[in-house]
Design a protein around this ligand. Structure first.
Ligand code: PMP
Length: 414
């Protein structure tokens, strides 16, 4: 027998599986609403014009070589990333109160920060929202951090269960960590209001909990980078020590370039270099140093006022198209008189909608067994690919497929 004969085959990743199944499906009406990637009105991937512009500049820049980047990436890149989070003239940057490292997009930042936390807060639990992005749980497991959960989604009202959230977090111990989606919560599309953020901040402060912000959709929630950073900036002003994982996959359309940043904010500037050295110690044996190309694009977009303006215009365009699709989908569902209420489609923000369709198999007939869930029927009968939990990526909806989508939803709900 082979040396590999005891190797157990594991199930494929749920989100990437939708893409594989979609690609294999020969039906021309098929729609992929599984993975969260922006699509144009024609249903195609989109490369931002400002990204193309700086890519041409990079190619022509004779001073750029292929030397290694520093372990934590170029400091100018890290600073540019942090200026997007906190604002260009933020005191936290002026006073050099943030350590940071270039990361392999948002996932890499989460993983590096979890390793950092495991080394320095070995016995802390990390609290995740219920539900959350599936990879959060896996990253905690790999980093050997204990997972806690807090209530978040109120299925009945299809809104935030703020009381449940505060009650669950009030049971956390001092030094525990709370992972918060900075905006455009994945998968629910439901964010706390500014007042609710203030309640959350005051509880975390009172109970000495450490905030861990995941910001993967800044600019995608409202189209405005500053508004989408309001929660993080509030926590910064409130004087927290905290960490931030940041991704440019969505807001700059750099999915495969893997450009992101891990930030550690310290109210005491004297502790920044210790934190920086710990980030280095995590990264060096993990992948040694980051790729430079994606980071070069991000740096050039952020640090030129002209490019920054072009970027913001395209972000407004992308998020505007998504908001438009939410309105159209709701209109169609209401016109079809699809059972239920559909205001949550337009109330939710960001890339995803938590439709309320269920992946749980229901026995719909007393005579014969119907074991297909609503989501199963969306996929098998209508060729619309989505996640088992009812999440659809609004970015994959276009004026051409929105009516087809609404009719399919109507069919599985009725
Ligand atoms: N956090 C959340 C909540 C996300 O939805 C994503 C992207 N799906 C990420 C982090 C990171 O993605 P990436 O590694 O592609 O930047």
């Amino acid at each position: 027998s082979s040396v590999w004969s005891h190797v157990e085959e594991l199930p494929p990743d749920a989100i990437f599986l939708t893409k594989t199944l979609f690609n294999k499906d020969p039906n021309p009406a098929k729609v992929n609403l599984g993975i969260g990637a922006y699509r144009t009105e024609e249903g195609n991937p989109y490369i931002l014009k400002v990204v193309r512009k700086v890519e041409r500049e990079i190619l022509d820049d004779v001073k750029l070589d292929k030397e290694y980047a520093p372990i934590c990436g170029e400091p100018q890149y890290v600073h540019a990333c942090q200026s997007v989070i906190f604002g260009k003239d933020a005191p936290v940057l002026k006073e050099k109160r943030a350590a940071g490292a270039q990361s392999l997009s948002g996932t890499g930042a989460l993983r590096v920060l979890c390793e950092f936390l495991k080394v320095n807060f070995a016995n802390s639990k990390v609290y995740l929202s219920k539900p959350t992005w599936g990879n959060h749980t896996k990253i905690l497991l790999k980093s050997h951090l204990e997972e806690g959960t807090y209530r978040y989604w109120n299925a009945k009202g299809r809104n935030l269960d703020i009381d449940g959230m505060l009650e669950d977090l009030s049971k956390a111990r001092p030094g525990d960590i709370v992972l918060l989606h900075a905006c455009a919560h994945n998968p629910t599309g439901v964010d706390p209001t500014l007042d609710q953020w203030k309640q959350i901040a005051s509880l975390l402060k009172k109970n000495k909990l450490i905030p861990f912000f995941d910001t993967a959709y800044q600019g995608f929630a409202t189209g405005d980078l500053d508004r989408d950073a309001a929660a993080i900036r509030l926590f910064e002003k409130e004087g927290f020590d905290f960490v931030v994982s940041q991704s440019f996959a969505k807001n700059m359309g750099l999915y495969s370039e893997r450009a992101g940043c891990a930030t550690v904010v310290s109210q005491d500037p004297k502790l920044v270099s210790a934190c920086q050295s710990q980030l280095e110690a995590v990264i060096r044996p993990m992948y040694s140093n980051p790729p430079r190309y994606g980071a070069e694009i991000v740096k050039r977009v952020i640090s030129s006022p002209e490019n920054f303006k072009l970027w913001k215009e395209e972000m407004t365009y992308m998020s505007g198209r998504i908001i438009k699709m939410r309105q159209l989908l709701r209109q169609h569902l209401e016109a079809l008189k699809t059972p239920g209420t559909w205001n949550h489609i337009t109330d939710q923000i960001g890339m995803f909608s938590f439709t309320g369709l269920t992946g749980i198999k229901i026995n719909t007939s007393s005579f014969f067994f119907n074991t297909a869930s609503q989501v199963d029927v969306m996929i098998s009968k209508h060729h619309i690919y989505m996640l088992k939990n009812g999440r659809i990526s609004m970015a994959g909806v276009t004026t051409k497929n929105v009516e087809y989508l609404a009719r399919a939803m109507d069919d599985v709900v009725k």
